[in-house]
Design a protein around this ligand. Structure first.
Ligand code: ATP
Ligand code: MG
Length: 243
């Protein structure tokens, strides 16, 4: 039992949830390491949504709303941490949901799909093909999902695969606490924020944006500016860390 008055209560609860999901075969063991890296950057950001992250989330809503075919790609960590938030965003944006794994096994795909469906999320099904220009199992996706999407939201993506999706001509939106990662720098749009804070911000923006504002936000997208702003937020906090 984690005591409720522990100063790191939320973080400890999330770790417990992830380790439980790892035991159930939903989260890959590598996903636990990825989470740790994310936590470190969240500490540096002050565990809050920065103004530039909110602007990025609103821009993400604009890209999803103006897409011909948007897909939210769900991996093990995303399913474990944010099933309900993924469902809410899919409903608000009209995006489809595809389970797509870096460490892919049919068993994990089944378990993650079941978890999403238990929460009322419609999950794309079909016969996957090796459409992403990468070797091994990282290439698989659904032709009627990521394969034909023009906009893909991939929270917690790997840099290599993000680049491959970009090479396919897709607009890639990612959520990544590390503004220096290859993913953050390769994506069309990076939201430097924690997954469970970022997803509801995108969902809220989907309901708020009118089509004129959405078109303006999508048109003025500048990811390098957003990443620089995130790094400046960290710099600012470090400058005053011991005050
Ligand atoms: P890259 O391949 O992009 O250079 P990496 O290899 O350092 O990055 P990965 O292990 O591929 O990192 O992916 C994990 C990424 O996800 C990390 O950058 C981490 O900061 C981020 N991350 C982990 N958990 C969360 C979370 N809950 N919310 C947002 N980002 C997260
Ligand atoms: Mg990586």
């Amino acid at each position: 039992m984690i005591p409720k008055d522990h100063p790191r209560y939320r973080s400890l609860m999330v770790r417990e949830r992830l380790s439980q999901c790892a035991k159930e075969g939903i989260v890959a063991l590598e996903g636990l390491a990825a989470h740790g890296r994310g936590e470190a950057f969240d500490y540096l950001l002050g565990e809050r949504t920065t103004p530039s992250a909110l602007q990025a989330a609103r821009t993400a809503a604009a890209l999803l709303l103006t897409a011909d075919r948007a897909v939210i790609s769900v991996n093990g960590n995303t399913a474990a941490l944010a099933t309900a938030e993924v469902g809410a965003l899919a409903r608000a944006s009209g995006a489809a949901v595809e389970v797509n794994l870096f460490h892919r096994t049919e068993e994990r795909i089944r378990r993650i799909t079941a978890l999403l469906e238990e929460h009322g999320v419609d999950v794309l099904t079909g016969t996957p093909e090796r459409l992403i220009p990468l070797s091994h199992d990282r290439a698989w996706c659904l032709p009627e999902g990521i394969g034909s999407a023009d906009v893909v939201l991939v929270p917690l993506e790997d840099g290599d695969r993000c680049a491959a999706l970009r090479a396919m001509g897709k607009q890639v939106i990612t959520i990544d606490l590390n503004p220096l990662s290859r993913t953050a720098r390769t994506a069309t749009l990076t939201i430097v924020d924690e997954l469970t804070r970022a997803l509801p911000n995108i969902t809220a923006a989907c309901s708020e944006l009118d089509s004129g504002t959405a078109a303006r936000l999508a048109g003025s997208l500048d990811n390098a500016y957003l990443l620089r702003a995130a790094i400046e937020e960290i710099q600012e906090r470090l400058d005053h860390a011991l005050d």
